[in-house]
Write a protein that binds this ligand. Structure first.
Ligand SMILES: [Zn+2]
Length: 223
């Protein structure tokens, strides 16, 4: 495998994921969030200084600290396993054995190749085997994995695998339709294009079940 910088650049531009796990070092949480914010603040200062900006200007003064806090506490907050939504489940009292679809879940994530936003919608479905989760749990799981430097395929797989674990069933599916600002606003600058990824587990691999799920996503919900 060629490991030069050009190759890495191209790999990033093609947005290829190398694994279903977010690549992290074992010492990722050896220092506290506060220590991370201090270090990143200095790094952001350095970037802005290198670009020739005057950091004594009132408008820019607070930027390094703001960006550092935003990285650690907000847009990359989902790297911290302590922030994973708790996995409380319920018995399926109603014996509802049909498909449950939670659609149009807003996705705000960040492309790990360019650190630019990924914005879109996730549609998640499962067929209960006796265990159900609160509806908002699916939104929280999507949000947790979205708050990492991501590749859309990996985000999609991580959402499905987590729900499979929580629900104790393979019968979980997720479709994500999202715009990548690194494609829309720079590089090829294709403002119209969006990226669709899908992961179908268990019964969702069957044509009929998958079709039903995709038909529900198409439903135009009016309220
Ligand atoms: Zn990108």
């Amino acid at each position: 495998m060629i490991q030069n910088e050009d190759f890495q650049d191209e790999l990033g531009n093609d947005h290829i994921a190398t694994s279903a796990q977010t690549p992290m070092r074992s010492d990722a949480f050896a220092i506290s969030d506060e220590e991370k914010i201090e270090l990143i603040k200095k790094d952001v200062e350095n970037i802005l200084n290198t670009l020739g900006l005057d950091l004594t200007d009132d408008s820019l003064k607070g930027t390094p600290n703001r960006v550092a806090k935003m990285f650690v506490k907000e847009i990359f907050g989902g790297l911290n396993p302590n922030k994973k939504p708790s996995s409380s489940t319920f018995d399926n009292k109603y014996k509802y054995g049909e498909m449950l679809v939670e659609k149009n879940i807003v996705v705000y994530s960040t492309c790990e190749h360019h650190l630019l936003p990924i914005v879109g919608r996730a549609h998640v479905a499962y067929i209960s085997n006796g265990t159900v989760v609160g509806l908002s749990k699916m939104n929280r799981i999507v949000d947790y994995y979205a708050k990492r430097p991501q590749v859309q395929e990996r985000l999609n797989i991580q959402i499905v695998q987590e729900l499979q674990k929580v629900l104790g069933t393979e019968d979980v599916a997720c479709v994500i339709d999202a715009k990548h600002l690194c494609v829309n606003s720079r590089g090829i600058r294709d403002i119209e294009s969006s990226t669709v990824t899908a992961e179908f587990g268990g019964k969702f691999k069957e044509d009929k079940v998958r079709r039903e799920f995709l038909d529900y996503i198409k439903l135009d919900t009016q309220f």
